[in-house]
Structure formats: structure tokens, C-alpha cells
Design a protein around this ligand. Structure first.
Ligand code: GDP
Length: 332
């Protein structure tokens, strides 16, 4: 339902006013730009379509803030007909009343014609704000949107709110939650991860899209940003190593077949013989276990264990079973 192209890939649209941070977000999350370099980005003055080669094809359409996209001359269906989620960026360090008015108008317009689109509001640039001001602003924005919608008789709108910044992990965490809503297999992935965790006494397991560091699923035990951060930092280390030893992620031909990651395991990358990387390492009082599942996905587990070497065989075995199950899930 999220894609009329029939490729089953979730598509995202990134919108918001000029200077709200749209280009920065897509550069940092999808193109590995260091946050401080976004200071020199040109502000967006046109619609840009950004193809993302990853487990899924994210399409980040970066809209200029002033554009009137509900103008009849605009091909609205072309824009909204194919997306699963609209990410709306609000600059929390700036005057935001205009932004909220535009957001409300957009939600009410969308509701009539495209009620299945999730609206995901990023209250952005919260890094510069004090804790008090941050939570007041967040609450104020939620209130203003909800009031306006219920004044218009629109209750229970599919609108969610996140506090984000490109200077910490919050932008990745928010995108993870946005993407997960667009993955129909999510409940199956979660229960596979749950059973892996309980069999091997793993504390937390994440299935990461390696390139974007977005996690597409985790087990259903409580998540904290700390464990996400540990795993995300570990991926940075591993990506460096796997560029030498692991899957060839740079081959453009291999990335055309994105609909089935299972297909990619057999691989058309010309790199079929590559062993998937498996590592286990001590990190503070924990052990981190990482295994590449295919070209795009890696499983990372956090364990606290006294004698991890004995356990590694057990984990290896169960992760293999998990990997097979995962292939079946995506083949269907
Ligand atoms: P766009 O016009 O919506 O594409 O906005 P830009 O991406 O050009 O961002 C405008 C400015 O906001 C740039 O100077 C960015 O460095 C800055 N910016 C973007 N995200 C953040 C953030 O999370 N925190 C802070 N403090 N500044 C940000």
C-alpha cells in the first residue's frame, strides 16, 4: 500500500520550511555527511529526489519551503500517491507558528485524499535548547497540531512527533521508528528477534540497515537510546573492516534488486564467496555480537556474559537459524 510502483519499497517524503534542516537531515542520515558540514549546505530551492541504495529505497524528496504544492497546477497525485510517510520538519529554534499552520493545512488536505499516509513530525534542532525549553516547545507544538485537527473534527489522526537533532543519534532513532511502520513484516521480525534473545539470553538485538544506521527491527524488550548508540558506533567500526573483507556494497548492479534481500544473499554482486562477517567483542561490561545477514542488513546483539567463548557457538547456531527464517520472510 505504500508504493504504487509495485516494488514494495517504502517511500518517504521530507517537507518543511526553508532552513528547517531538510537537506542537512538527508545528507547526514543518507549520505554520511558529518553534521558540522551542513553549515555550508545550500538551502533547498527546488524539489530534489534522492535515491537511496539500501535495504529499502528511501526516496527523500526535499521540498522548498515556499512552494504551494496544493496548487491545482501541481501534480499532487504524482507526489502523494506513492508515499508511505510524510516527514515534516519544524525548526524548534525558530518561530514555528507559520510552520504549524502549513503543517495543519497539509494534514487536513492529505486526510481527504490520502488518509493512509503517516505524518511524522520532526521537532528539529533541539540540540540548542535547554531541557525545560525543549520539552515545553515539544508539548506546545503537539498541542497546537492536535487542537487544530480536532477543531476540524479530525480525531486520532495518524500523526506522530519526535524530537530530533543531527548532532546526536536522535535523528537516526526517529527515522528507525518511521521506517518500521512501513515494513509489513515487522511483527514477524520482532518475534524472530524475541525468540533469538530468549534462546541465547541476549539482552537486546537490533537488525540494522548498515549504510544508513537505521534499525529496521528490534526485539520487543524496552529500548534505550544508549544501547542503540553502542550498536551504531560499533557499525562504524565494522563498516570500515567489511569494506576490506565483506560484502561489496558499492556495486550499483547489485543494488537494483532491492525488493528481496533474500535474493541478495545468493548475490549478483560478483562477491558470492565473501564470508559474512561475524565478530564478538567486549564493550565495557557487555559483549557485542555482530553478524552480517546480507549486503544491507546486520544483526547486532548486546549480551552481558562471563564466559562468552562457550556461548559463541550457541549464538552462532541460533543466528544461522534466524538468518534462514529471515530469508523466508522476505521471499514471501
Ligand atoms: P533546508 O532549507 O530545510 O534544506 O535546511 P538546511 O538543511 O539547509 O539547514 C539549514 C541550517 O540548519 C544549516 O545551517 C544547518 O547546519 C542547520 N541545522 C540542520 N539541522 C540541525 C540540527 O539538528 N541542529 C542545529 N543546531 N542546526 C541544524
Amino acid at each position: 500500500p505504500n508504493s504504487k510502483q509495485g516494488d514494495g519499497k517504502p517511500r518517504l517524503l521530507l517537507m518543511g520550511q526553508r532552513r528547517s534542516g531538510k537537506s542537512s537531515i538527508s545528507s547526514v542520515v543518507f549520505h554520511k555527511m558529518p553534521p558540522s558540514e551542513t553549515l555550508y549546505l545550500e538551502t533547498t530551492t527546488r524539489i530534489t529526489k534522492d535515491q537511496m541504495h539500501s535495504f529499502m529505497d528511501f526516496q527523500v524528496w526535499d521540498f522548498p519551503g515556499h512552494l504551494d504544492y496544493f496548487d491545482p497546477a501541481f501534480d499532487v497525485d504524482n507526489i502523494f500517491g506513492e508515499i508511505g510517510a510524510l516527514v515534516w520538519v519544524i525548526d524548534a529554534q525558530d518561530e514555528y507558528l507559520d510552520a504549524i499552520n502549513r503543517l495543519n493545512t497539509t494534514i487536513l488536505n492529505l486526510q481527504q485524499h490520502y488518509p493512509s499516509i503517516n505524518v511524522e513530525v520532526f521537532v528539529h534542532k533541539v540540540d540548542g535548547l535547554s531541557e525545560d525549553y525543549k520539552s515545553d516547545t515539544f508539548r506546545d507544538i503537539i498541542q497546537r497540531v492536535q487542537d487544530e485537527l480536532s477543531d476540524n473534527g479530525y480525531e486520532n489522526a495518524p500523526v506522530s512527533f519526535y524530537q530530533t537533532s543531527i548532532y546526536d543519534h536522535s535523528i537516526f532513532e526517529a527515522f528507525s521508528k518511521v521506517i518500521q511502520k512501513l515494513i509489513p513484516q515487522l511483527p514477524t521480525l520482532e518475534s524472530l528477534l524475541n525468540s533469538l534473545c530468549s534462546t541465547c539470553r541476549i539482552e537486546k538485538a537490533y537488525l540494522f540497515d548498515v549504510l544508513s544506521k537505521i534499525y529496521i527491527a528490534t526485539d520487543t524488550s524496552p529500548t534505550d537510546i544508549g544501547s542503540y548508540e553502542i550498536c551504531s558506533d560499533y557499525i562504524d567500526v565494522i563498516v570500515d573492516i567489511s569494506e576490506i573483507y565483506g560484502w561489496d556494497r558499492s556495486n550499483p548492479d547489485a543494488q537494483k534488486t532491492g525488493d528481496s534481500s533474500a535474493q541478495d544473499v545468493s548475490g549478483d554482486s560478483g562477491n558470492d564467496d565473501a564470508e559474512s562477517l561475524i565478530t564478538m567483542e567486549k564493550k565495557g561490561s557487555n559483549y557485542l555480537y555482530l553478524r552480517e545477514i546480507n549486503k544491507y542488513l546486520a544483526l547486532i546483539c548486546i549480551m552481558s556474559e562471563d564466559s562468552p567463548t562457550e556461548k559463541k557457538a550457541l549464538v552462532d547456531y541460533n543466528v544461522s537459524i534466524f538468518q534462514e527464517a529471515l530469508q523466508k520472510v522476505f521471499q514471501r
